[in-house]
Design a protein around this ligand. Structure first.
Ligand code: GTP
Ligand code: MG
Length: 460
């Protein structure tokens, strides 16, 4: 376990710096309530009582009895608190002056400054939450979309932990059977892996694979994706960019070569935060600025998750379009052909070379026709067709995926080599348990735990 001195009382300003209606200072640890008592004077005759959660109104004074601020004091005796320790939250006025002054007084009375994520770390070390739930706390804070928040909430409320615990239980039972079998002489071996146990292991293996299937979607909800809009000049890239944003963000004009810079804005598609990028129209040009824009467009395409190749369906498709399509095809990302200006072309036909792409979509960036269908398709493609129910267990992080993949590989090896010695099979189960424990935090190395909590903000 990481060295952490839970006998110390920690304190931090929990609200972001700057002005706010209120600002909160949190204390946690054995001295939280005594320290608060020394600073606080109740506005009624009530004194801070032990036991039970209560909110008191009053004032904080410094050590020289000079008034600092009017506050609400929220006293929460452990263990039914965020950290399982005694916790006090001081709701003061949200400005640097009062908050820093109160923080200083807490330090003066013996509290220590909390490190990043130290409150959550204590909740983890005191067994209130596991590592999956601890990591989900930061995802809740940082969620940029409802989809992201739902994924974080599913992990924070224990849905993912429950799924992992069920696997651990099956594996522990299998391990106990295998270890018992190790002590039997070779010729007197009982039916150590009976059909019921094999069926359970197979089920656990299937559950692992199902959970692994959610990893890419889970990561997308958290980290988001980038989609670039590409095409030759004047086909309506910036018009599509604006239409998807529902905002006249980019300059649109009938003059080819209007966009020279790279423009970025965020949208939400099927709950996924998406960075949408408008690029300069790709063509040979003598204009130096435009040439830089074209090079930038090509560069952008190398770092996105998906590309929309916009074509002008009214004007028809030329060799430049086909060449650009061929260029995009080498990038190993999904490319959708956007047959724009459908309002000008009564019967929009895809180009003959369209088959190599993720479909062709007739739209009008001008009238909005076909936009909804395109947005739904983009969402589907991003989530890889994963049909995720709100609140379902989902892997949110790369390290969780890596660990579960290792566990699944162990069980797969075990299931295909059941005739091997029980010692060997037991090793596979042990390794699978070790890998799952790294996700829940039971067997996570200290340096990794430290890195995880260090990525938190101060005060959480
Ligand atoms: N009728 C019609 N006109 C459109 C549509 N989309 C764009 N246009 C027009 O096409 C012209 C070019 O549009 P832009 O969005 O600037 O095209 P672009 O691809 O960004 O052009 P560059 O930035 O020069 O590469 C403008 O006059 C738009 O009004 C559409 O769906 N229908
Ligand atoms: Mg443009």
């Amino acid at each position: 376990m990481i060295p952490i001195h839970t006998e110390e009382t920690i304190v931090a300003i929990c609200t972001p710096p700057g002005e706010g209606g209120i600002g909160i200072i949190r204390l946690s640890g054995p001295e939280a309530i005594p320290i608060a008592k020394q600073l606080f004077t109740s506005s009624s005759a009530k004194t801070v009582q032990p036991g039970g959660q209560r909110v008191y109104h009053g004032h904080i004074h410094d050590r020289d009895d000079v008034l600092i601020d009017e506050v609400l004091l929220h006293v929460m005796p452990g263990p039914r608190t965020y950290t399982r320790e005694d916790v006090v939250e001081i709701n003061a006025h949200g400005g640097t002056g009062p908050l820093n002054a109160i923080l200083e007084e807490c330090l003066h009375h013996g509290a220590c400054l909390a490190g990043p994520g130290e409150f959550t770390q204590r909740a983890f070390l005191n067994g209130r939450i596991d590592l999956v739930q601890a990591e989900a706390v930061i995802d809740q804070i940082r969620a940029r979309t409802r989809g992201g928040l739902q994924a974080a909430n599913a992990a924070a409320t224990g849905t993912l932990s429950k799924a992992l615990h069920a696997m651990q239980e099956t594996l522990r039972f299998a391990l106990s059977r295998l270890e018992a079998a190790v002590d039997f002489p070779e010729d007197d071996l009982p039916e150590l892996v009976d059909p019921a146990l094999i069926a359970q292991l197979e089920q656990a293996h299937t559950d692992m694979l199902d959970l692994l299937d959610t990893a890419d979607a889970g990561r997308l909800y958290r980290e988001g994706a980038a989609i670039a809009i590409a095409g030759r000049p004047n086909v309506g890239k910036s018009s599509l960019f604006n239409a998807l944003l529902r905002d006249a963000r980019a300059i649109v004009s009938a003059h080819p070569g209007t966009t020279r810079d790279r423009l970025e804005e965020y949208i939400t598609l099927s709950g996924v935060p998406v960075k949408l990028i408008d690029t300069a129209g790709v063509r040979h040009t003598e204009d130096e600025v435009e040439r830089i824009g074209v090079a930038m467009a090509r560069d952008t395409l190398k770092s996105v998750n998906m590309a929309l190749l916009v074509l002008d369906s009214a004007e028809g498709y030329g060799v430049e379009d086909e060449a650009l399509a061929a260029e995009l095809a080498t990038l190993d990302i999904p490319v959708l052909l956007i047959l724009n200006k459908s309002d000008l072309a009564p019967a929009v036909q895809p180009p003959t070379w369209a088959h190599a792409h993720e479909g062709a979509y007739p739209i009008s960036a001008l009238t909005g026709d076909g936009l909804k269908t395109l947005e739904l398709r983009l969402g589907e493609l991003l989530l890889g067709g994963a049909n995720l129910a709100a609140g379902q267990a989902m892997l949110n992080r790369m390290h969780q995926k890596d660990s579960l993949r290792r566990a699944a590989d162990c069980i797969e090896r075990l299931l295909t080599q059941l005739d091997l010695s029980p010692e060997f099979l037991a090793l596979e189960v042990q390794e699978a348990l070790q890998a799952i424990g790294e996700i829940t935090g039971e067997t996570t190395p200290d340096d990794i735990l430290a890195t995880i909590f260090n990525s938190f903000c101060i005060g959480k």
